[in-house]
Design a protein around this ligand. Structure first.
Ligand SMILES: [Zn+2]
Length: 310
């Protein structure tokens, strides 16, 4: 009995020491909760974003963590006066689309520096929606559990279509696995609740490398942008469980998707400036109209409530 206990203790000690030796790196949670460490990991993974740019982005962790314990990092810009509209920006839902993260950091930098029209909106910006995929070696489209977050949103057609589509149309492509249930992944669940909480007028989501501009929605008063820089409108349609399907069709929040031309190579500085300028112009033209349309709708609803019942 004593011998058995001694052996068990020895085995436990060996297991403990081998475990601590093999996993000498800090746990993802420790990395992620410190912005310095978080930026260190992220800037090693993505092109053309320097450590100082990442630190200057002043990202704060939100409470939800990925399946590997990495939090979502978010930057908020809120005007002192009443906002002209609310914009939710999401980069890097697919971890191997590195430029889709870089460009969002650039936008944060521009908002920080430019006191123009853009600062009149209330922005909530998540540059890295899938840190597990981005920080995998090599980076992966899917999260740490092998789920494509952009097929995991609780769209109306998820139960009927998500797995059928995955089997039939993608031939069970592991890069497009929609998960075992809608909203099974912490990050897609968080984005779902963020849409409910923040009530954005528009969601801007960035991907690569299909080199188009896509638009899903729209409710009244907002028309699709024809182009941002060289990205031209080309509606790709929606997929079961995709953000465009969930935001644009189910939640009634227009989703603009930028598909950059390369996943690893950033557009030129000139093209980046052009994209930003066109996006600002489109927001300016359309958010005000959407707000007016919404106000009219709620005013009509109030008038209808005030009418005496017959
Ligand atoms: Zn993508």
């Amino acid at each position: 009995m004593k011998d058995t206990m001694g052996r068990n203790l020895l085995v436990l000690s060996l297991l403990f020491f081998s475990h601590t030796t093999v996993h000498a790196e800090p746990a993802p949670t420790a990395i992620a909760n410190d912005p310095q460490n978080w930026c260190d990991s992220v800037t090693r993974a993505i092109p053309r974003i320097k450590m100082r740019t990442c630190i200057a982005a002043k990202l704060s962790p939100v409470s939800t963590k990925s399946v590997s314990g990495r939090p979502i990092m978010l930057r908020e810009f809120k005007p002192a006066e009443q906002a002209r509209g609310r914009v939710l920006v999401v980069g890097g839902i697919h971890g191997d689309e590195l430029t889709a993260v870089s460009i969002v950091f650039r936008w944060i930098e521009l908002l920080e520096k430019s006191p123009g029209d853009a600062t009149q909106y209330h922005w909530r910006i998540v540059p890295v929606m899938n840190p597990d995929g981005l920080l995998a070696k090599p980076p992966t489209r899917v999260n740490a559990r092998g789920v494509d977050l952009n097929r995991n949103f609780p769209t109306d057609d998820w139960f009927a279509e998500a797995h059928r589509y995955w089997h039939v149309s993608t031939n069970r492509d592991p890069r497009r696995f929609p998960g075992t249930a809608p909203g099974s992944e912490p990050k897609s669940r968080w984005l779902h609740s963020e849409i409910k909480r923040f009530k954005p007028d528009v969601i801007v989501s960035v991907h690569a490398p299909h080199n188009v501009l896509d638009f899903d929605g729209p409710p009244a008063g907002m028309k699709a942008p024809s182009r941002f820089g060289r990205l031209r409108l080309h509606r790709l349609g929606v997929y079961p469980g995709s953000l465009g399907n969930f935001g644009g069709l189910k939640e009634g929040v227009p989703v603009v998707t930028l598909e950059l031309p390369h996943a690893l190579k950033m557009p030129s500085e000139e093209e980046l400036a052009h994209v930003w300028r066109d996006m600002q112009r489109w927001l300016k033209d359309n958010l005000a109209d959407r707000r007016v349309a919404q106000q009219n709708t709620s005013a009509n609803a109030e008038r209808a409530e005030d009418e005496p019942s017959r």
